[in-house]
Ligand binder design. Structure first.
Ligand SMILES: CC(=O)SCCNC(=O)CCNC(=O)[C@H](O)C(C)(C)COP(=O)(O)OP(=O)(O)OC[C@H]1O[C@@H](n2cnc3c(N)ncnc32)[C@H](O)[C@@H]1OP(=O)(O)O
Ligand SMILES: CC(C)C(=O)C(=O)O
Ligand SMILES: [Mg+2]
Length: 559
């Protein structure tokens, strides 16, 4: 791309090395979560949510377990204001939940914000102003001192309004566009705001360091967070918060590394909705913790229900590959993945496993309301015998012999390949029944009588088209005797290779299924057939007849 020189790295590393966080490899405790779905998420929708939709979403967030919820920007619009009023006046905020509201640092906006909060038992008032070089120069056209003055004057106003009503509110300050700000200046402005609020450990304030626009690799943000963490004044009275956006696709990494670097709180949204590429996805963050054995302190046990409500009120679909929540994120189409999953699941049945280690499935889909059936093993032309056989066994109870799985696998793949489509479990079942089970054309065996006499003697009644035949034969076992009767009487060139059977369903009325393979002709081509019947012997004969028919032996004999 010829215009690359138009761009440069416009972020700032801390003035000292801040890489202590690299010595930590995991987060051991969930951060304080704050949902900004109803503000950052809402302000970026094509059509912002209605009051009723916001209420539905608020109730969902409460149900999930959020204790801090940024409910909007009350000065922005009538809906935003009225929503805040409705929550307060109708007493819809649970006692253990704190609402948060966002305000610019402008007197009339702050005034309106506090008017919206009138009567609230508690709330977080979130003040922001932009601090980056670009915004200072282009948008505000102000010096650093003047930008600090915007923040400080706003901080003072928040304090005054709060004191007037008995000081029930907590405060949050965001140096918006933090990632484009010199770190020394970000520190200076945050400390200036802190000097106004003078927080104490029993009256903490939140300093929120947003990735308003992501400008660097995640380790840079982590170093920036560590710098602020080490140098902020009143540190034991500050909750250090992050608010990453996803412009470079690094929001999750930014947040996780930021937590390693000292951040204690995370602002984000469900499914990562938010300005441009979105805010950080809290579901992914929470389930990443969960997948490493850390309680995320949010309940995502019913992702499908959460998805449904989210899609309704945002009018946006959840992407198929969205981590943990997308329709395809537990799906395995490819053969080797399916095989490993099927074996992994079987392995768990025979072992006392304290932890989840199934290959290709980072967490157990059932834990978040997803199903194995339909969600995991999916069949197309990339699939293999392992997955196809597993599906047939789990759904329909057929335990195919290993070699027959392979044969059936190729049959299914070829159909999917030619039809150029995914096959549903029921279509796979139908293929099995249509191609392998009780396949009675052109040969059909209608009656079999066994006599035990120096081995087994058998009398077979068979039909080929309209012709009815009576054959006899002998063998070491019953199926062997039937095979010999057919082979010798009809001059068929095959030998019986494999025979397996099992009950298809549990219980006394269970049907039996049998699997037979025969080796045919001079080139020993293997052909499989299956039989299902109430009687195990009839199932076995059906399987043999199916194999003979599938091999085309009757047609070859006539040719
Ligand atoms: C990164 C973020 O997501 S920040 C949150 C952004 N969200 C929103 O803006 C959604 C809600 N906002 C709104 O509805 C409107 O912007 C309102 C109601 C808040 C304000 O509306 P208006 O005053 O009509 O317009 P607007 O937002 O363009 O105001 C721009 C003015 O505010 C100033 N300003 C912008 N942000 C701030 C701030 N945080 N603190 C102080 N002044 C600010 C601008 O410099 C500009 O000043 P100027 O009038 O001297 O040129
Ligand atoms: C208001 C602030 C925190 C914000 O949304 C951002 O910087 O992205
Ligand atoms: Mg934001």
């Amino acid at each position: 791309m010829k215009n690359y020189q138009k761009y440069t790295r416009n972020y700032f590393m801390p003035p000292e090395s801040c890489i202590d966080w690299t010595r930590r490899d995991y987060v051991e405790k969930a951060p304080v979560w704050c949902s900004v779905d109803l503000r950052d998420g809402n302000q970026s929708l094509i059509v912002p949510m209605s009051l009723e939709e916001k209420l539905d979403f608020f109730n969902l967030l409460v149900k999930i377990g959020f204790k801090e919820i940024e409910i909007g920007f009350p000065a922005a619009s009538e809906t935003e204001y009225e929503f805040c009023r409705a929550l307060i006046e109708q007493d819809l905020i649970p006692d253990d939940v704190t609402i948060q509201v966002l305000t610019q640092s402008r007197p009339h906006i702050i005034e309106k914000t506090f008017a919206a909060l009138d009567g609230a038992k508690n709330a977080i008032v979130h003040l922001y102003n932009s601090t980056s070089v670009a915004q200072r120069e282009q948008v505000f056209q102000k010096s650093k001192e003047e930008i600090i003055e915007i923040a400080v004057s706003g901080a003072k106003l928040l304090q005054e309004y709060s004191e007037r009503v008995g000081d029930p509110y907590r405060f949050e300050y965001s140096p918006e566009s933090f990632t484009g700000t010199e770190m020394e200046f970000a520190l200076e402005i945050c400390n200036a705001v802190l000097d106004v609020w003078r927080p104490a450990p029993d009256k903490k304030v939140i300093i929120n360091l947003p990735v308003t626009v992501s400008l660097s690799m995640p380790h840079v943000y982590a170093s920036q967070i560590e710098y602020m963490h080490k140098h902020l004044k009143y540190r034991d009275a500050v909750v250090l918060s992050q608010h990453p956006h996803n412009d470079r696709g690094c929001a999750i990494a930014d947040t996780e590394m930021g937590m390693l670097a000292g951040a204690q709180r995370v602002e984000g949204t469900l499914f990562g909705n938010g300005e441009r590429t979105g805010n950080v996805d809290i579901i992914t963050l929470a389930l990443n913790l969960y997948s490493q054995g850390v309680d995320p302190e949010l309940n995502f046990e019913n992702i499908p229900a959460i998805t449904e409500l989210y899609e309704r009120v945002t009018r946006m679909p959840v992407y198929d590959r969205q981590p943990y929540s997308g329709a395809l994120v537990f799906a395995a189409f490819s053969g080797s993945h399916q095989d490993a999953i099927a074996k992994g699941m079987k392995w768990r049945e025979g072992h006392d496993c304290p932890h989840w280690t199934v290959p290709y499935l980072p967490i157990d889909p059932k834990d978040i309301g997803r199903e194995y059936e339909g969600d995991v093993i999916r069949i197309n032309s990339q699939s293999g015998k392992g997955g196809i056989g597993y599906l047939l066994e789990q759904r329909y109870g057929y335990r195919l012999p290993a070699k027959m799985r392979e044969d059936f696998g190729y049959t299914v793949k070829s159909i999917s390949d030619h039809q150029h489509k995914e096959l549903t479990p029921s279509e796979v079942h139908h293929i099995f029944k249509d191609y392998y089970v009780n396949f009675f054309q052109p040969l059909d065996v209608t009656e079999v009588h066994f006599i035990q006499k120096n081995g087994i003697f058998v009398m077979v009644t068979a039909k080929i088209g309209d012709e009815v035949y009576e054959f006899t034969g002998t063998g070491n076992g019953r199926l062997d005797a039937v095979a010999n009767a057919l082979k010798n009487s009809l001059k068929l060139d095959f030998s019986l290779l494999t025979y397996e059977e099992h009950a298809l369903e549990r219980g006394t009325n269970s049907r039996a299924v049998a699997y037979v393979s025969i080796s045919c002709g001079r080139d020993n081509k293997i052909c499989w057939g299956s039989g299902v019947h109430d009687d195990i012997m009839a199932a076995s004969v059906n399987a043999l007849v199916s194999a003979i028919n599938r091999a085309g032996l009757i047609q070859q004999r006539n040719a």
